[in-house]
Design a protein around this ligand. Structure first.
Ligand SMILES: O=P(O)(O)OC[C@H]1O[C@@H](O)[C@H](O)[C@@H](O)[C@@H]1O
Length: 289
């Protein structure tokens, strides 16, 4: 594996081994929880708190070829989201999720494990910390490198795919009264009235990163997603029609997932001059109903 030369010391609760498609991935099996993180995209594809059920959804049709983005898990959208604020950026959601990241350090931490990843590309230095335990804590920072140059808009999202028992039965609270852009209809300035229920294709950028709770009666649990310095929460489900158009998502899988993404995107994009940084995180915790 290309990572061999820079492989850091690994605690005994972790291993760096080839995963699906022979792609290098860090396996974590610590007392407080287990996880799997591919170096392609620094992409977390699984997290299970000890004694619990898997919390993160990854598609059974996900492609692991070291080139395509992985469908599911936590894709890192950076340094732009979708087509960016200008609307013409490619690839969609930026290059973070399709780049090979460096694994810098892996440390045992209060029953869990913290892994640090870095990536430097196109004038951006990215640092990503994954804390695996009874909770999952993800922190991303992006710094403009170089000494001179104009400000540029930077966006980022922790595009978390949550595993749910039945998406039509989940209730999402914490967004009441918040305005959102509805990307399905193209309408901005919508207001969330009451709890959110998923009854069709859903693609919304909320103007809030406050904690959101997903109540999932089919799995008998609630999942709390708390943004850290996140101006936005994106909620996405492609529904059946959208899933049919995605070759890396089985037709029935839209019912087993809901993306709840802590983000800094769109109108909240941060204009960074060289030397300036943007930081963003998410904390995910599970509780029985
Ligand atoms: O298929 P992709 O590139 O992974 O994107 C999935 C979705 O990601 C969401 O976060 C976006 O709001 C959607 O518009 C998009 O369709």
């Amino acid at each position: 594996m290309s990572t061999h030369a820079t492989r850091p010391r690994l605690p005994r609760t972790t291993a760096l081994t080839p995963g699906r498609g022979g792609q290098p991935r860090l396996l974590i099996d610590a007392p407080a929880g287990s996880a799997e993180i591919y170096l392609h995209g620094a992409h977390l594809t699984a997290w299970t708190p000890r004694g619990g059920k898997p919390v993160i959804f990854t598609s059974r049709r996900a492609v692991f070829d070291g080139a395509a983005p992985i469908r599911g898990g936590v894709p890192l959208c950076l340094p732009w989201f979708g087509a960016g604020v200008s609307g013409d950026r490619r690839p969609s959601h930026g290059w973070g999720r399709i780049s090979p990241w460096q694994l810098r350090s892996v440390q045992s931490r209060s029953g869990g494990v913290q892994a640090l990843f870095t990536l430097e590309r196109d004038g951006i230095a990215a640092l990503y910390s994954v804390d695996v335990g009874e909770e999952l804590s993800l922190s991303l920072s992006l710094r403009r490198t170089g000494a001179t140059g104009a400000e540029e808009p930077v966006e980022a999202a922790l595009h978390t795919y949550l595993a749910v028992g039945d998406v039509t039965a989940v209730e999402v609270t914490g967004l009441e009264g918040t305005t959102y852009l509805d990307k399905v209809t193209g309408q901005a300035g919508q207001v969330q009235h009451g709890a959110l229920h998923i009854v069709g294709q859903t693609d919304r950028v909320y103007a809030s990163g406050a904690p959101v709770t997903l109540t999932d009666p089919a799995y008998g649990r609630s999942v709390r997603v708390a943004g850290v310095r996140a101006a936005n929460t994106v909620v996405w489900n492609p529904w059946s029609a959208g899933a049919a158009a995605l070759t890396d998502l089985d037709d029935d899988e839209f019912a087993s997932m809901l993306c709840v993404e802590s983000a800094v995107v769109g109108d909240s994009a941060v204009r960074l001059a060289p030397g300036e940084s943007l930081s963003l995180g998410t904390r995910i915790a599970v509780a029985p109903l």
